[in-house]
Design a binder for this molecule. Structure first.
Ligand SMILES: C[S@@+](CC[C@H](N)C(=O)[O-])C[C@H]1O[C@@H](n2cnc3c(N)ncnc32)[C@H](O)[C@@H]1O
Length: 319
C-alpha cells in the first residue's frame, strides 16, 4: 500500500521534528519518570499563567460556568505548594496555586458534563502527575479532559461498543488510558512518530496487558495492512502536521474505519510558524461520503472544534 508517508513523503513536520528533539533530549537526560511534568506539557496538559489569566479562553469558559460557591470550593481547600512536591517544575508559587485552582474548576465542570466512568478512574501515579488534590483524591486535567472527550465519543458511537480503536498522535497515552478502561475488551492501535511512540509504549504497557496494544510508526502505515477499526480518533495532532500527512490519515481512516466512527478534536485555526502553514479545521479534506454526526466548539478548549462522522462501508448508503 502506498501511504504517501511510507512512500517517500516526510513523516514529520518541522514543528514536530523540533519538539521531538526536545523530548528525546529530556528522555536521555531524565528518563520517563516525570513525563507528566515534562513532555505532557507539550501534549495536552495546559499551564496557566497568572499574568495572562484573562487571555485564557479555558479559564473564562470555566469561570462563566461556575458559581461563587464553586470558586470558593476550588480556591479554599489547602493546596500543596512546596517546591519539593512540584519538582522538577519550577513554576512560581502563584502559578502553582492557580494551576491547582484551575484544575479543580475543570474537574467540577467535567463531573457535571464528562463521562462518569472516566471521572471515577484513579489518575495513575505513573509519570508523576502534578500534586493536585481535591476532596481527598489525586485529580488531573488530563483525566477531566479525557472524560469530556469520552462523552462526545460515546455520543458519536450511538450505542456501539468499539472492539478495535485506532488513535493517531496519542502523546503519552492519556486518551488511550480512558478508552481502554471504558472499552475493556478493545484492542488499541497507536500511530505516532518517535519519541512519542516510545513514551506511550512505556506508559501504557505498564497499565494494560500489552497484548491489547499495538504501536505503529507514522512512516510504516503499510503495517496496518487490512486492519479494521470500529473507531478512529485524533486529538490536537492534525493541525501540527503537513497537509499531505493530514490527507494520508483521512484516507487511511476512510479505508480502515468503514462501518465505524471517526472523532477529531483540533484547533479551529492554528498557524504553524515552523512549517509556515495555516491549518483550519474547516479545510480538512473530509471524504464527502462520511456522514457527520456533529461538529461543534469543544467545551473548555473553545478554540478547538470537535466533530464525529460515521464512515459508510463500501457500497453502503449513508446511515
Ligand atoms: C499536541 S500532541 C497531542 C497528544 C494527544 N493527542 C493528547 O491529546 O494528549 C500531538 C501528537 O501528535 C503526534 N504527531 C506529530 N506528527 C505526527 C505524525 N506525522 N503522525 C502521527 N502523529 C504525529 C505527536 O508526536 C504527539 O503525540
Amino acid at each position: 500500500m502506498s501511504t504517501g508517508l511510507s512512500g517517500g513523503g516526510e513523516p514529520t513536520s518541522r514543528f514536530w521534528r523540533q519538539l521531538g528533539d526536545v523530548h528525546s533530549h529530556e528522555l536521555d537526560a531524565y528518563g520517563f519518570d516525570d513525563l507528566k511534568r515534562r513532555q505532557a506539557l507539550r501534549y495536552f496538559t495546559w499551564r496557566w499563567d497568572i499574568g495572562r489569566l484573562l487571555d485564557s479562553e479555558q479559564l473564562r469558559f470555566l469561570l462563566r460556568r461556575s458559581s461563587v460557591a464553586d470558586w470558593v470550593a476550588c480556591g479554599l481547600p489547602p493546596v500543596e505548594l512546596s517546591r519539593a512536591a512540584w519538582a522538577p517544575l519550577t513554576w512560581p508559587v502563584h502559578d502553582r496555586w492557580l494551576y491547582v485552582a484551575a484544575v479543580r474548576l475543570l474537574w467540577q465542570y467535567a463531573e457535571k458534563h464528562g463521562h462518569a466512568r472516566v471521572m471515577a478512574l484513579a489518575e495513575p501515579r505513573l509519570g508523576n502527575p502534578p500534586p493536585v488534590y481535591f476532596r481527598g483524591r489525586l485529580i488531573s486535567q488530563d483525566l477531566a479532559n479525557s472524560a469530556l472527550e469520552s462523552i462526545a465519543i460515546e455520543r458519536a458511537l450511538a450505542g456501539r461498543t468499539p472492539q478495535s480503536i485506532l488513535e493517531v498522535g496519542a502523546g503519552y497515552g492519556r486518551t488511550a488510558f480512558a478508552m481502554m478502561n471504558l472499552y475493556a475488551d478493545s484492542q488499541y492501535t497507536i500511530v505516532d512518530i518517535e519519541p512519542a511512540l516510545t513514551i506511550a509504549r512505556w506508559y501504557l504497557t505498564r497499565l494494560f496487558d500489552p497484548k491489547r496494544l499495538r504501536f505503529v510508526r507514522a512512516d510504516c502505515l503499510e503495517e496496518l495492512g487490512n486492519s479494521h477499526y470500529d473507531l478512529a480518533l485524533s486529538i490536537s495532532s492534525l493541525q501540527e502536521m503537513t497537509r499531505e500527512q493530514v490527507s494520508v490519515y483521512l484516507d487511511l481512516f476512510d479505508r480502515v474505519v468503514a462501518g465505524g466512527c471517526v472523532y477529531l478534536k483540533q484547533w479551529r485555526a492554528w498557524y504553524n510558524p515552523h512549517d509556515d502553514l495555516m491549518m483550519r479545521f474547516s479545510e480538512y479534506p473530509i471524504p464527502r461520503r462520511w456522514a457527520r454526526r456533529f461538529v461543534e466548539a469543544a467545551p473548555v478548549q473553545t478554540h478547538f472544534r470537535q466533530a464525529a462522522w460515521y464512515v459508510p462501508g463500501v457500497d453502503e448508503d449513508r446511515r
